[in-house]
Design a protein around this ligand. Structure first.
Ligand code: FES
Ligand SMILES: [Fe+2]
Length: 424
């Protein structure tokens, strides 16, 4: 459990909060690159860490991410004209370049542009995502060159979906291997829907022991499950501060991919979940893979204009009680729809003072400790974990190995002893 004040400190990310200040020291996904497909196209609303912003791609293809509200008299720039290398407010015609500088004031006989500035955040486009940095310029981190962002577009896929609860309980769900073969299990191998088959090693194995290897970007952790008398099922994940998960997975067609989520706070009570995957073989991803049918993050499950989940709180996530009896553990369609549903039932910001944690929650306990340490480090002016580029080449794995084997050796792409700071 967490005392109430500690819970508030970790969960809230507004401008003047400790966690909000810490998160602003990292590159943060702001929107998908495909949302700004063309120069001079329509601006896009972006709400990030409680701030209302507008993104636009100017005539030269440069990306602006600026305060939504015009510094003249606060009209929304989302209604603005994106034209001739800038975004023009339609109320009195003030115009702004991507760096926030004011370049025209149509209603002023003697313009005073040099006295006006619109808040603008720097961006980088990487991996089909437009990232921004909202912290002090002198602390700008190295660019977020995760391995998945470097995969060719043919082999990579990224989507996003709104989750209606605080970012931290969503992130905690992503670092909680103990729930996965329970909540996401199917009741029949041929259930014809997304989920984990009852005949798979993941479901057949016993409840996991959790081992956490602390690193300078966060941690690698493994869920180790006894499987029969002689074998063990091993699944590793990486957590990179402040909100990234990497895991081994399979595409819709069953080909090996690395995959992960990024849980980006829209504000304290809403989260934009980015879902990425890339093929780790020569095989490109297919249109079928990009539908994300089984995991429930693609156009079949998520409105691609609003990025809202079609199955949501207002319709009880379209739970089907007959399916729950016969085909799937939850009766809700889509693995990540199940995650969003159940994490939203915990409340907008879960009251962690009422929890009862056990050894299966070890990775979650460590996650909270690392976030607390990052806040302490950032508050003292230091560089928190996950800023330095030590996470660039990380991979995760899932395998079955002899019971007697050392999982750090039997797991491909596991970390070397030197890369592990401490095991807990
Ligand atoms: S409010 Fe934008 S130009 Fe006046
Ligand atoms: Fe899950």
């Amino acid at each position: 459990m967490l005392p109430r004040e500690e819970n508030e400190l970790l969960a809230r990310v507004g401008h003047s909060t400790p966690m909000g200040g810490t998160m602003r020291l990292y590159w943060i996904p702001a929107l998908l690159a495909r949302e700004l497909a063309e120069p001079d196209g329509p601006p896009v609303r972006v709400r990030l860490l409680g701030e209302d912003l507008v993104a636009f791609r100017d005539s030269e293809g440069h990306i602006g991410l600026v305060d939504e509200y015009c510094p003249h008299r606060r009209a929304s720039l989302w209604f603005g004209r994106n034209e001739e290398s800038g975004l023009r407010c339609v109320y009195h015609g003030w115009k702004f370049a991507v760096d926030g500088s004011c370049v025209e004031q149509m209603n002023e006989p003697e313009p005073f542009c040099h006295k006006v500035h619109l808040t603008a955040y720097p961006t980088v486009e990487m991996g089909g995502v437009i990232w921004t940095y909202m912290g002090p310029p002198e602390r700008t981190p190295p660019v977020p060159k995760f391995a998945w962002t470097q995969a060719p577009q043919t082999h990579r896929h990224v989507s996003k979906v709104i989750q209606e609860c605080n970012w931290l309980q969503a992130l905690e769900g992503g670092l909680d291997t103990s729930h996965a073969p329970i909540m996401h299990r199917l009741l029949k191998d041929n259930a014809g829907r997304g989920g984990i088959s009852p005949s798979s090693a993941y479901v057949r194995a016993k409840a996991p022991s959790i081992v956490v290897d602390l690193t300078d970007y966060g941690y690698q952790y493994a869920g180790i499950r006894a499987l029969g008398d002689d074998e063990q099922h091993i699944r590793t994940y990486h957590f990179i501060l402040p909100f990234h998960q990497i895991r081994a997975s399979r595409s819709e067609r069953g080909n090996p991919v690395d995959a992960g989520h990024i849980w980006v706070p829209i504000d304290d009570e809403n989260t934009m979940v980015y879902n990425w995957a890339y093929s780790v073989t020569d095989e490109p991803l297919t249109d079928q893979d990009r539908l994300e049918r089984g995991i429930g993050n693609g156009p079949l499950h998520v409105d691609q204009t609003t990025f809202r989940s079609k199955a949501n709180r207002s319709n009880d996530y379209l739970i089907d009680r007959a399916v729950q009896k016969t085909l799937s553990f939850t009766g809700i369609d889509g693995v990540n729809v199940q995650d969003r549903a159940i994490q939203e039932t915990m409340g907008s910001i879960v009251d962690r003072s009422k929890e009862h944690l056990g050894p299966a929650d070890k990775a979650i306990i460590q996650l909270r400790r690392l976030l607390r340490q990052a806040v302490n480090t950032a508050t003292e002016g230091g560089t928190p974990a996950g800023v330095r580029p030590s996470y660039y080449r990380l991979r995760a794995a899932e395998t079955v190995a002899p019971r007697t084997s050392d999982w750090r050796v039997s797991v491909p792409q596991g970390l070397s002893r030197e890369e592990i700071l401490q095991t807990v």
